[in-house]
Design a protein around this ligand. Structure first.
Ligand code: AMP
Length: 197
């Protein structure tokens, strides 16, 4: 059951309006299911767009932002809760702890890094929460192809590649997150040791 969903996304809006539109649709899908948004606490880019949409629909939003970013006045000041932390690492650990799942919407390297770390923790068995990509207008096809390449070349197990949910539609993506069951054995498990021997 997803009660709190962590969304990583761009601190920019991108060049085309479809990205902000998808962020608003994602916010609407979450608010309609009473899912709280956990995110980086910014007021800019897609981060601001999804937070504003959840709030406008009466939903709850918790932002977790390092002091240095808040000092640059990019923090959203109208959230249900804004948590100030000391570092990017502290922020990510708190987001991971508080959330029942993780979504990457369109974004830049900050978004990629945050999402892939959550995926890494999942395949190491540090959590069993779903990781999903909102693939707006196939924005993430390149990253998904890279995962397939890593898999074909023996650097990412097929079962770990398959753990990543992907959809172009926010409503369907939220439904799939809700029905996710984590059954995949982690990297370096007994099963994997048997496969390797
Ligand atoms: P990017 O995708 O490179 O724009 O980076 C977005 C991600 O990095 C977000 O998910 C945030 O966690 C973090 N981030 C980058 N810029 C900001 C900002 N101005 N305010 C808050 N978080 C930010």
């Amino acid at each position: 059951m997803i009660r709190r969903l962590c969304v990583f996304c761009g601190s920019s809006t991108g060049n085309r309006p479809i990205y902000a539109e998808a962020a608003r649709q994602m916010g609407a899908a979450m608010a309609s299911q009473d899912i709280e948004l956990i995110y980086g606490g910014g007021r800019v880019g897609l981060m601001g767009a999804i937070a504003d949409e959840v709030l406008a629909r009466g939903g709850r939003v918790t932002g977790i932002i390092p002091q240095f970013l808040a000092d640059r006045e990019v923090a959203h000041t109208g959230l249900t809760k804004l948590v100030l932390v000391h570092s990017m690492h502290e922020r990510k650990a708190m987001m991971a702890e508080m959330s029942d799942g993780f979504v990457a919407m369109a974004g830049g390297v900050g978004t990629f890094e945050e999402f892939i770390e959550m995926m890494t923790w999942s395949l190491l068995g540090l959590h069993g929460k779903p990781c999903a990509v909102l693939n707006t207008d196939n924005y993430y096809d390149g990253m998904l192809q890279l995962f397939s390449h890593a898999s074909a070349e023996g650097f990412l197990a097929d079962r770990h590649k398959a753990m990543v949910l992907e959809d172009t539609d926010p409503i369907r993506l939220v439904e799939r997150l809700q029905s996710y069951k984590h059954t995949t054995s982690p990297k370096f498990s007994k099963e994997e040791a048997q496969e390797l021997s």
